[in-house]
Design a protein around this ligand. Structure first.
Ligand code: FAD
Length: 396
């Protein structure tokens, strides 16, 4: 088989790419190892709801049409939305790309269904293919069960007893809350995190991010792009605020960043107060920016994060207090199938606004072209611009 463009992945990024390739009359195929919206179907936990409100989730040619624009979609609703936008997309499901190599005419792809030759390739295989678990996990005693967000489905599948949740970004705070509510006492290890209220001055905080233009800031205008691309996801989940204060009210115990596991004990840094103060400061700065943009007097300010006077710095993992650890320490892409030297030592694809070079492109990566690039609402502009560049490159 020979096509002009192969798109790898049928999540929202691959579907958006196809929309603009079709509009530009570029013959293409979208290869998906699983099903359309595979990550949302198979790699998320049961209770997950989007942190972006329904009205904000739009794809090229598809926006929310249901009765609850201010609601937060569950996984079945996300899958349904993506399936609807895949109607006219030339997707081949159940086709895993196992190798991409340079060839005379562009790229040779090896897939589970045979070889494909393409002049250009768009990598839309996702930024969150595997859980990033720190190497120190290897020192956890075998009596403690270890789980990543990919294995986790509901609290009832964890052993009874205490749970150490490592990481206090969007995933960590959600899982800490629901595990604590299930009756399993949670210790939450919090490093750097991004605090946000769900609602500010009567509007969803993402309404402010969207309308103030912060989320559409371009990658080439961001001061420290490397840092912006590594920022943790905001502490948002579903309809209400879910920050560290909410978690302590539920009974979750806060500890500092996990720094080592030694002699069967987890050791935490003493910097909890500092990281919490920094998150408060940054949240207040963000709210100031909203006020400035709106031209209004400063609005509501939220209580500083309550940090225990002395948080535990050591947790014995052999005492039976902790029966499981949930690694909510982030996700990373998997490019093990990419046989082109375009991945740096840290495993990130090297690109300039989604243009890798030599007919290779990417979509769906953090701050690819804008701050909102990894979100569903961020793909339309990115995909249009990347496909535009691809079209120009094809034209020589
Ligand atoms: C827990 C979690 C919650 C999130 N919540 C929100 C939210 O509330 N709102 C929001 O806007 N965004 C959210 N995001 C961010 C983003 O929308 C998702 O990560 C989304 O899945 C990214 O879409 P994508 O198309 O870039 O990648 P994916 O959805 O991961 O799609 C990539 C596809 O490529 C396929 N693939 C990968 N490798 C290969 C291969 N070698 N061969 C063939 N196929 C391959 C995969 O099977 C997959 O279907 C969330 C992300 C996570 C992880």
């Amino acid at each position: 088989m020979h096509v002009t463009t192969v798109v790898i992945g049928a999540g929202h990024a691959g579907l958006a790419a196809s929309h603009f390739l079709r509009a530009a009359s570029i013959d293409h195929v979208v290869l998906e190892r699983g099903e359309v919206a595979n990550s949302w179907r198979h790699e998320r936990w049961d209770s997950l709801r989007l942190l972006t409100p329904n009205w904000l989730n739009r794809l090229p040619g598809a926006s929310y049409e249901g009765p609850d624009p201010d609601g937060y979609a569950d996984m079945a609703e996300v899958v349904d939305f993506l399936e609807r936008s895949a109607k006219d997309v030339p997707v081949r499901t159940g086709v895993a790309v196992t190798s991409v190599r340079r060839s005379d005419g562009g790229y040779s792809l090896t897939t589970s269904q045979g070889p494909i030759e393409a002049r250009t390739v768009i990598i839309a295989s996702g930024a969150c293919n595997v859980a990033s678990v720190p190497g120190l996990a290897a020192a956890v005693p075998s009596s403690v069960e270890q789980v990543t967000p990919f294995d986790y489905r509901t609290p009832s599948r964890l052993p009874d007893g205490g749970v150490l949740v490592v990481g206090a970004s969007a995933t960590g705070v959600q899982l800490a809350a629901e595990i604590q509510r299930s009756g399993r006492p949670v210790v939450l290890s919090a490093g750097e995190h991004v605090r946000m209220p769900r609602v500010y001055e009567g509007r969803d905080v993402l309404w402010w991010m969207h309308h103030s233009g912060i989320w559409s800031q371009r990658y080439d205008e961001v001061d420290d792009l490397t840092r912006a691309r590594r920022l943790p996801s905001p502490q948002l989940a579903g309809a209400s605020t879910l920050d560290l204060n909410v978690l302590t009210s539920l009974g979750v115990e806060l500890v500092g960043r996990l720094s080592a596991i030694r002699d069967g004990a987890a050791l935490f840094s003493g910097g909890l107060r500092n990281v919490a103060a920094l998150a408060d400061l940054k949240m207040n700065r963000l709210l100031d920016t909203f006020d400035e943009w709106a031209g209004t007097a400063p609005g509501e300010r939220f209580q500083p994060t309550r940090v225990p006077d002395s948080s535990r710095w050591r947790l014995d993992l052999t005492s039976g207090e902790i029966r499981s650890i949930v690694w909510a320490t982030g996700f990373r892409p998997d490019y093990s199938w990419l046989d082109v030297p375009v991945v740096d030592a840290k495993g990130s694809l090297v690109h300039d606004g989604g243009v890798v070079g030599d007919g290779l492109y990417a979509l769906g990566l953090p701050v690819l072209r804008r701050r909102r690039s990894t979100f569903i609402c961020g793909i339309e502009d990115d995909a249009r611009e990347v496909v535009d560049q691809l079209r120009l490159d094809l034209a020589g």
